[in-house]
Design a protein around this ligand. Structure first.
Ligand code: 6PG
Length: 485
């Protein structure tokens, strides 16, 4: 360990990390463990000292107290990774750093920043000759330490100076780093946002599957843990399915009950799921799985309203009988098919965002780096990578031959699960809306024609005809003849 409060340390640092809460500390340690000299900075020096006291032997660190000292400790071009809570604090930290930096230096924001903030920050810093890289980092505390998935945006030039270091500390799958340059300005934070949206949908679907097995079959959490463990040995293999088994198997030491039964059933959210849905609304991309997941969390949190609604009539109707083994397999199929829909929608949003902002995000490259390190890592991502390799212009992931086959094979099971839940009054917003999306996608004539007719009736908004081009209006309050407009 090089531990210095002055700037006289012989070796300069290749990277500086400011913001040494758990994620920042772990990523700093990850850099050091990979042989990089790391300058450390935190607003209160206590955290810096704690890190050095506990982990200073893991590599070469340079201890700094002030921003000028921190900046001085870095080799040129300077690379500074900011790991502070997204929001206003980020602008203040950036400003303080930028004031002390030189043209060509690189500031990396590794927090979950809103991509429009990243676009704004990148433009402002570019004017001052500084490179700003909004980098999505996924994998939680453990990933930050042992290899996260990293999604850096920003100028391609900055990736040349930064990419090899990020690739070295990222997770590796089959020798390929889970890090690639996503595209210019806010693209890295945009794809991280959608990653989190997909994470919401994935978790909601898992939660619905759990609720179905528990309510319909009367399985105990420990039994459902076994089901998830089994599923994790097949196509559903993923980090979230794996840890679902862990959480469901956990017993509360105090009460002896399954932990899941003593946790309050209100899901919180920090905001990335909500951002994903807001952006999807602006882009006009239906991300129904993510939307339902965000709303389901909101409903779970409406505790007073839910308490007041207890006792509302369920109005259940007789459900077709279920066989335990067959039902478990149906739920597995419904989960897989719904998951395909959630990813298809998320990738649609990424492609729409990429078009809107001119980012040229490569969906295949993204699927490749999401195979490891990140929260949504899954065997399934290999299939997505292959799908985009076979056809980079795939109109929808659902239409890739492999996914199409899987969804078509699952669709009857999916309907049985939705029916089973609906008859019994079990809420399954993500399963049901994913199935409806699938039906909407494949339906040849949608009732949108009627909506167009209504819009034309009350607002003369016009419609297109199926038999010739142009825009038309019916004179609804006149003689009801049609005019071309
Ligand atoms: C990740 C996670 C990480 C964070 C979530 C939690 O990729 O490592 O997504 O970013 O744990 O943002 O989000 P919520 O608090 O909104 O569930």
């Amino acid at each position: 360990m090089t531990s210095s409060t002055s700037n006289t340390s012989a070796a300069k640092a290749q990277i500086g990390v400011t913001g040494l809460a758990v994620m920042g500390s772990n990523i700093a340690r990850n850099f050091a463990r990979n042989g990089f000299v790391v300058a450390l900075h935190n607003r209160s020096v206590g955290r810096t000292d704690a890190l050095l006291a506990e982990h200073g032997g893991e590599g070469e660190f340079i201890r700094t107290e002030t921003v000028p000292e921190f900046i001085e400790a870095l080799e040129s071009p300077r690379r500074v990774l900011i790991m502070v809570k997204a929001g206003e604090a980020t602008d203040a930290v950036i400003e303080e750093l930028a004031a002390a930096m030189d043209p060509g230096d690189i500031i990396i924001d590794g927090g979950n920043a809103l991509y429009t903030d990243t676009i704004r920050r990148e433009a402002a810093l570019a004017k001052r000759g500084l490179h700003f890289v909004g980098a999505g980092i996924s994998g939680g505390e453990e990933g930050a330490l042992n290899g996260p998935a990293i999604m850096p945006g920003g100028p391609a030039e900055s990736y040349r100076a930064l990419g090899p270091m990020l690739e070295k500390i990222s997770a590796q799958v089959d020798g390929t780093p889970c890090c690639t340059h996503i595209g210019p300005d806010g693209s890295g934070h945009f794809v991280k946002m959608v990653h989190n949206g997909i994470e919401y949908a994935d978790m909601q679907l898992i939660a619905e599957a759990y609720q179905l097995l528990r309510t319909v079959l009367g399985l105990e959490p420990a039994e459902i843990a076994d089901v998830f463990r089994e599923w994790n040995a097949g196509d559903l293999e993923s980090y979230l399915v794996e840890i679902t088994a862990e959480v469901l198997a956990q017993v509360d030491a105090e009460t002896g009950k399954p932990l899941v039964d003593v946790i309050v059933d209100s899901a919180e959210q920090k905001g990335t799921g909500r951002w994903t849905v807001k952006s999807a609304l602006d882009l006009g991309v239906p991300v129904t799985g993510i939307g339902e997941a965000v709303f389901a969390r909101a409903l779970s949190g409406a505790r007073d309203q839910r308490a007041a609604a207890q006792g509302l009539v369920a109005g259940t109707i007789e459900a077709p009988p279920v066989d335990r083994t067959a039902f478990i397999e149906d739920v597995r199929s419904a989960l897989y098919a719904s998951k395909v829909i959630a990813y298809a929608q998320g990738f649609d949003q990424i492609s729409a965002g990429s078009d809107e902002y001119g980012w040229d995000v490569q969906p295949g490259a993204l699927a490749t780096i999401w195979r490891g390190g990140c929260i949504i890592r899954a065997r399934f991502l290999d299939r997505i990578k292959d799908a985009y390799a076979a056809d980079p212009d795939l109109p929808s992931l659902v239409l890739d031959p492999y996914f199409r086959g899987e969804v078509e094979r699952s669709v009857e099971a999916w309907r049985r699960v939705v029916v089973a839940a609906t008859c019994r009054g079990i809420p399954i917003p993500a399963f049901a809306s994913s199935l409806s999306y699938y039906d909407g996608l494949r339906t040849e004539r949608l009732p949108a024609a009627l909506i167009q007719g209504l819009r034309d009736y009350f607002g003369a908004h016009t419609y297109e005809r199926v038999d010739r081009s142009g825009h038309f209006h019916t004179l609804w309050s006149g003689d009801r003849t049609e005019v071309e407009v």
